[in-house]
Design a protein around this ligand. Structure first.
Ligand code: AHR
Length: 492
């Protein structure tokens, strides 16, 4: 049996709502088709943005949205994406399929999207192929409230009031697609570019430096040492790739061995955050600089028959577990991790929404985001878990991962993942420091490891009411079905 102790009287820090953030890049069918269809489309839209996607995203409460990349950010020139659409110049999207980008979705459209879904904007600027001047002018264009060349240009393009821009990233993966730089070089560039990312009027920008990927602790070390005092956040990217980068594995046609490897690799997020945080603690013992995991999620081979540069993949019950496991990890590290952005929001990698023409499906990952939204801005509770093991061949990983939080109205939410696709997880939760009067819950599970929603059967994997939690004085006996994600609400 798995034994969990929840210390309801011990709060470990606030779970920043931005941990439930998203990422949208000019990549494949994320922006075009997935979000932007244009005002003349037969697909119902609001100012060019599809209504079905707006509605689904609003329901899920997207707190923050990163744009325009990704690798695309370091070849994006913002001036090409403003003014009358028919006059906007085209460019080649060299990273993603070599397709022609018409720049119809630009700064104004992005802010429109954020407003429609109620998310805060997080813009990533161009360091790799852009100038300091260009970045400076973009920030002035978006946020300057008085008379200025850029602010007046914004007004000519239909936006009188400056926008609020809370988050700005200074480059993306500048150790790779963003310029193949050494950390020493990028640290200096960050200091220089960030200087001109100004706070105009009452807008205050949280400046995010390009961070490491995976286990590259040296990047974090150099950045913190040389530029830590100039930044508010430092990013980190970690993708869950079941195979190798060359043969990543199929999103849908996989066996239990792939399932196990995927979850084992996703559990590594805990250790990766711990290691990078330790480096950050050394240079920033007060924890002022946030760790911003602005790209995470599964990365498989693309769906057969689709453009390899478009990174379109299906999304199964396995992805739901990956999402739940990562959220439980982010909650554990909520004092350092201040934001996370799943890659990506629509039609790319571990998407929460897939579209085909007029059709839309919410993926299993969508449902986990929706179930877990109750943790946004809640206080993480101290928790310990002695989990049974899920064994596959000679290897083992924990069968259960768990996290808990208390919201403003003192409701406690407990999120549990059973990683074992064959066995129920009998779990006993001791509720210390809480006087619980009732429990209710929601479960996401399926009969097959590769269960997924399709355009023909969009509701195959859907959450339902969970009745397998029995309250006994100050403990809860829970039976987690195989391969399940459960969120319990405890009322005091
Ligand atoms: O999300 C896809 C790509 O992965 C991003 O553009 C890049 O930053 C990362 O390598």
């Amino acid at each position: 049996m798995t034994r969990v102790v929840i210390n309801g009287d011990l709060k470990r820090g606030k779970i920043n709502k931005n941990i439930y953030g998203h990422f949208s890049e000019h990549l494949g069918r994320c922006i075009y088709e997935g979000i932007w269809v244009g005002e003349d489309s037969i697909i119902p839209n609001t100012k060019g943005i599809r209504n079905d996607v707006i509605q689904a995203l609003k329901e899920m409460q997207v707190p923050v949205l990163r744009w325009p990349g990704g690798c695309f950010a370091d070849e994006y020139h913002w001036k090409d994406g403003i003014g009358p659409r028919e006059k906007r110049p085209e460019m080649v999207n060299t990273h993603w399929g070599g397709v022609v980008e018409n720049n119809h979705f630009g700064t104004h459209e992005f802010f429109q999207l954020c407003e429609l879904i109620g998310a805060e904007p997080y813009i990533c600027g161009n360091v790799g192929s852009g100038t300091v001047y260009e970045m400076q002018q973009w920030v002035e264009y978006m946020t300057f409230d008085g008379e200025s060349p850029m602010a007046n240009w914004r007004r000519e393009n239909g936006q009188d009031e400056p926008w609020k821009l809370p988050y700005f990233g200074v480059g993306n993966e500048n150790w790779g697609c963003g310029g193949h730089m050494r950390p020493e070089y990028y640290a200096d560039l960050f200091r220089r570019y960030a200087t001109y990312v100004r706070n105009y009027g009452d807008n205050r920008i949280y400046k995010i430096a390009c961070g490491a990927s995976d286990w590259n602790l040296r990047w974090t070390e150099v950045l913190m040492r040389e530029a830590g005092r100039f930044m508010d956040g430092l990013s980190l990217h970690y993708y869950t790739v079941p195979g190798t980068w060359r043969h990543k594995g199929s999103a849908v046609n996989f066996d239990q061995s792939d399932w196990f490897t995927t979850l084992k690799k996703t559990l590594a997020m805990d250790e990766i955050i711990t290691r990078h945080s330790a480096v950050m603690d050394h240079y920033d013992p007060e924890g002022r600089v946030g760790l911003i995991i602005d790209e995470w999620g599964t990365w498989y081979d693309v769906e057969p028959g689709t453009n390899p540069g478009f990174l379109y993949q299906q999304n199964t019950m396995r992805d739901a577990l990956v999402a739940g496991v990562n959220f439980n990890i982010f909650h554990k590290h909520c004092n350092r991790v201040q934001m996370a952005n799943i890659a990506q929001m629509v039609n790319v990698l571990q998407a929460v929404i897939l579209t085909e023409g007029q059709l839309i499906i919410k993926t299993p990952t969508y449902h986990v985001f929706n179930m877990y939204k109750v943790h946004q801005n809640a206080d993480a509770l101290d928790i310990s878990c002695e989990s049974d093991l899920y064994q596959h061949g000679e290897e083992t990983i924990p069968q259960v991962t768990v996290s808990a939080s208390m919201d403003n109205s003192k409701k406690v939410h407990v999120s549990l993942c059973n990683l074992d696709p064959e066995n129920t997880a009998d779990t006993l939760l001791e509720l210390r420091g809480l006087a619980v009067s009732s429990v209710q819950g929601t479960v996401l599970t399926a009969g097959k490891i590769n269960a997924h929603n399709t355009f023909e059967q969009p509701d195959l994997v859907e959450p339902s009411e969970f009745n397998q939690a029995v309250l006994k004085q100050n403990s809860l006996e829970v039976q987690l079905p195989p391969m399940s994600v459960v969120v319990l609400e405890l009322l005091q």
